[in-house]
Ligand binder design. Structure first.
Ligand code: UDP
Length: 453
């Protein structure tokens, strides 16, 4: 084992919701004196701007455009495993005789093969889980035979230690309909089978956010809470310094968004975004458009490549009350005083960002872990409401309007704002000097530097 101060390669899956927290983790390690290098695919390297962290390419076998070029998710993940293992090995070897040989690989939970690569080099291995600990506990219980996957579609509520009763609509889609996401589910289950083989298992959450679950699982599994991985500039009262994660796979419309927000009164804008992966239907887009118009508030809508799904009259008339952009610096928007609430798909990063900034949410989950996150937003943290879907699976304009009113006006909204302000304080405490997540990171850094087990 190396006696150097410590050089960690942080390996990320090339999606926005993975690069952001892993790059942020690399930055936190660098701020504590370690050398940190982010390893990401050739076509995402150029989107990353980091001054304290090195950035190096590895290959997933599709160097021009990644998974979109692959014939299937299975083929993509298989290619990443074989070509990625080889190029990650090359990267570790490249540093072997340098002043900073690599002594640990922190790898994204979607790339479990990195554990074998680290072991071949005899260096430390740590997995970084990008879901909540609660969602991870469900996969862990499956692997330990305490929860079984439904044959086709879940119909029964799930009761697990430290979690509220979860109905079929609250389960991650990978568990509610296992057959529809089998490639991802296989990778996830592979990771949980190997959890104990890692030197550390990090989770992008804090002990305070999931305290019941942490208590219930104490001693059962090796999870270490180190989050939320939100740039620290946003967790100070004064927003300065690092105003972005430092990675954007799409062009940001920051100046346009900020100058538009500056013209709006405090708490007058609804921010709407469904993250980087979710794909809404034209019918759902129409209902969102009509709900936003009916709310009588200003709105900032991130449409990504779905802009054509929104009614043309809505887009044309949006200038009066709204701004529609393909992508934005979400943190900058959420931190702006003009923003009153966040209509969100409840991706885990978006949820953590809203919790960290004290912004009330209207949850419109789509797939993956989002239904469970949405349930927690409404019931566990009580920082928002979950929009109900009709029989066709659509959130109607009336429902959206009602939810927006629920979090921005009236008695319930006051309670929600109080809770949101309180969670923000707890999150800031967790990541500040001596807080629970900060102490957990310090312990890891200490062991790595000394070369202890
Ligand atoms: N994001 C952004 N600009 C946008 C929308 C999203 O920078 O216009 C960022 C957001 O801050 C978050 C990430 O993209 O860090 C999305 O991750 P999340 O887990 O919320 O959702 P996913 O994209 O994985 O579904």
């Amino acid at each position: 084992m190396s006696s150097h101060k410590g050089h960690v390669i942080v390996l990320t899956y090339p999606a926005q919701g993975h690069i952001n927290p892993l790059l942020q983790f690399a930055k936190r390690l660098a701020s504590k004196g370690l050398k940190a290098t982010l390893a990401t695919t050739h076509y995402t390297v150029k989107s990353i701007h980091a001054t304290t962290v090195g950035v190096e390419p590895i290959s997933d076998g599709y160097d021009e455009g990644g998974y979109k070029q692959a014939p299937s998710t299975e083929a993509y993940l298989e290619s990443f495993k074989s070509v990625g293992s080889k190029t990650l090995s090359d990267l570790i070897s490249k540093f072997k005789d340098s002043a900073s040989p690599v002594n640990c690989v922190v790898y994204d939970s979607l790339l479990p093969w990195a554990l074998d690569v680290a072991r071949q080099f005899g260096i430390y291995a740590a997995v970084f889980l990008t879901n909540s600990a609660s969602v991870c506990s469900m996969y862990w219980h499956i692997d330990h035979g305490r929860l079984s996957l439904p044959e086709k579609q879940a119909t029964e509520p799930v009761l697990l230690p430290g979690l509220p009763s979860l109905g079929p609509a609250d389960l991650p889609s990978f568990l509610a309909q296992p057959s529809s996401n089998s490639a991802y589910l296989a990778v996830i289950m592979e990771k949980f089978r190997c959890l104990d083989k890692n030197d550390w298992v990090f989770c992008n959450s804090s002990e305070e956010l999931e305290s019941e679950l942490v208590k219930a699982m104490s001693g059962l599994w090796p999870l270490v809470m180190v989050g939320p991985m939100v740039p620290s500039a946003y967790l100070d009262q004064q927003i300065s310094g690092d105003i972005a994660y430092g990675a954007s796979l799409w062009e940001l419309s920051s100046d346009q968004c900020l100058s538009w927000l500056e013209t709006k009164p405090p708490k007058s804008v609804i921010y709407v975004s469904f993250g980087s992966m979710a794909d809404i239907t034209a019918k759902q887009a129409e209902e969102i458009a009509c709900g936003l118009i009916a709310s009588n508030m200003h709105f900032l809508l991130v449409a990504k490549d779905s802009i054509n799904k929104f009614p043309i009259e809505f887009i044309n008339s949006a200038q009066e009350r709204g701004l529609v952009v393909p992508w934005c610096n979400q943190l900058q928007v959420l931190a702006h005083q003009a923003v009153a609430c966040f209509v969100t798909h409840c991706g885990w990063n978006s949820t953590l960002e809203a919790l960290s900034l004290g912004v009330p949410m209207v949850a419109m989950p789509q797939w993956s872990d989002q239904p469970t996150n949405a349930k927690f937003v409404e019931e566990l943290w009580q920082v928002g409401v979950k929009a109900k879907k009709n029989k066709e699976g659509i959130v109607t304009r009336d429902e959206l309007e009602m939810c927006i009113k629920g979090v921005t006006a009236g008695e319930r909204s006051e309670e929600i704002i109080k809770k949101a302000t309180n969670w923000r304080k707890l999150v800031i405490r967790a990541v500040s000097l001596g807080g629970s997540s900060d102490s957990n990171i310090n312990e890891f850094v200490g062991k790595l530097v000394k070369g202890e087990e």
